[in-house]
Design a protein. Sequence first.
Length: 300
Amino acid sequence: MADGSRSGGVPVGLFVGLCTLDVVQLVDHAPAPDEKLTAREQLVVAGGPAANAAATFRHLGGRARLLTAIGSHPLGLAAAADLHRLGVRVSDLAAESTEPPAVSSILVTASTGERAVASTNATAHRLDPPGDLATVVAACDIVEVDGHHRELALAAARTARALDRPTVLDAGSWKDGTEDLLPSIDVAVCSADFHPPGVNTPTATLRFLREHGVAWAAVSRGGGPIVWAGPDGGGTVDVPQVEVRDTLGAGDVLHGALTHRLALHGTLTSEGFAEALRAAAEVASRACTSFGTRAWMQGG
């Protein structure tokens, strides 16, 4: 991994992947069939793994650019406006589209912080890489992809590898094309729901990633310890125990915070990777103590 920042100590991160418009309702319980509920609170914000990670990176002091698809529909403009307000530079590769963006309908249960999500994700857009992709990648310190928009993710990761920019994969779930992406990934952090074909345990997942060219990998397990492995061994990182109000976007925040830490860190060691995971877990845990994906940022 490269050493140092390209902008006077302020890390520059490129985030490639999904942006949604999230409609989030805080409810007492998930509704039964034909039941109507009155939500306690409501939020309408930009969401998606790459978008939330970019917002986190920016909040922590970095400069964040997001390559994604949003479009010119009023709902898309609302998502873009939210990201601009947060200081994220958005490059919309579907700017001419008048179709609605991906909308995520999210119910958060007040008593547990657990969430239920329905979304079309990136299925509405097939994105071609921009002509200036190499220039965009060269201007950053680190590249994170979330695996959505397959062709764009592949092009960004391969370009980053060719230009010696470290790459991070947010592996929320196994997707078509993930295996093609792995040889260009330096760091992969997976959720417990990430299961490569025939793989069902964190240890097996870490081994699979290593065998497919990923040098540093970790599996997050909610409030349980993060399991990680690198070229010289592995271990676990404890996650701070907090009073959970909302788990929505916690994994995205973890990735954004980790990417920020790695951009500052330079060449990785086992000790450095474990410390970066520990710092990222602290940020993600803090995000779980408030409703939605933005309130935690107001506390500094």
